[in-house]
Design a protein around this ligand. Structure first.
Ligand code: BV8
Length: 242
């Protein structure tokens, strides 16, 4: 990545009236939260995703699948937001119109001060009963002794619909923004992966921040800043609003 690219991206950000930031697991990597696919400690290298993050597999694979999510929830309470999360909250404070669309379930954006956050894939804050949806807590046993109900994380598993209206809200913001910054996502999960494309079709400038652009589907019309969220985003903010 060249200084010119960084300066150009900072100028886009400074002049933008409406900004969307779109994040994936990579933005939390420097906080110690494992990503899903690429890194050595990637989550999908440790477990078979079909037995953990698909509804049928989750139901079959108890108590292991429940424990796996309870451990991930505990991990998110142990870690802290990194400089990348903090920089995104800073961008929100400067932008006239702002939406943070995250695929992440770790709540680190909110803990870093982000306010206008759309969690496309739910969160690990409070588990719920699989069938009736009533809230529970992570200290409970996976099967309720009273109602025999199975507990689950309040996340969107594969083959489950995203929260009602979430994609509409994300698409509306992406369609009409001036700049969309996509940070730390492999852009392989749908329909979330469509969001930067909505921005491009809506005439926005798209900036991608990722240390590994391998396999990223972007052409020359997208500004690609190669590097980590924790290194690049604070620089972007410093250059945009010295
Ligand atoms: C649905 C929650 C309707 C659970 C997750 C169209 C085409 C093909 C397939 C589909 C399609 N439409 C739907 C599908 C099926 C499926 C899908 O997309 N499959 C994929 C695998 C092909 N989608 C769904 O099922 C969705 N539901 O569409 O409902 C339906 C109904 C019935 C049948 C079919 C469809 C639901 C998707 C949500 C699934 N839930 N998570 C949990 O976490 O356990 S997805 C999971 O992957 C995460 O939530 C995450 O959001 C998502 C994407 O991963 P990333 O965040 O991008 O993370 P990843 O590790 O991949 O990449 C990290 C990146 O960071 C890397 O690029 C790395 O280089 C970079 N990085 C690393 N370090 C840093 C960094 N970047 C910056 N700084 C660093 N320091």
């Amino acid at each position: 990545m060249s200084d010119e690219q960084l300066l150009a991206a900072a100028a886009l950000l400074r002049e933008a009236r409406s900004v969307v930031v779109f994040t994936g697991a990579g933005v939390s990597a420097e906080s110690g939260v494992p990503t899903f696919r690429a890194a050595a400690n990637a989550l999908w290298n440790q477990v078979d995703v079909r037995n953990f993050a698909y509804p049928a597999g989750y139901r079959r694979n108890q108590p292991d699948a429940w424990r796996w999510y309870a451990q991930r929830a505990a991990k998110t309470r142990e870690v802290v937001p990194n400089a990348g999360h903090v920089a995104i909250a800073e961008i929100e404070r400067h932008a006239e119109e702002f939406l943070l669309v995250t695929q992440n379930i770790d709540s680190l954006h909110q803990r870093a001060g982000s306010k206008n956050v759309l969690e496309l894939h739910g969160n690990l804050r409070q588990p719920r009963y699989f069938d009736c949806g009533a809230p529970s807590d992570w200290l409970a046993a996976p099967v309720c002794s009273a109602c025999r109900g199975l507990l689950r994380p309040d996340v969107v598993m594969f083959e489950e619909e995203l929260p009602e209206g979430a994609m509409d809200r994300a698409r509306e913001a992406a369609d009409s923004c001036d700049v969309l910054i996509s940070v730390g996502t492999s852009a392989q999960v749908w329909p979330a992966a469509e969001i930067p494309r909505y921005a491009l079709r809506g005439g926005a400038r798209v900036v991608v921040v990722n240390p590994d652009m391998e396999g990223q589907p972007w052409g020359h019309h997208v500004t690609q800043l190669v590097g980590t969220a924790g290194a690049i985003l604070p620089q972007l903010v410093r250059l945009a609003w010295p």
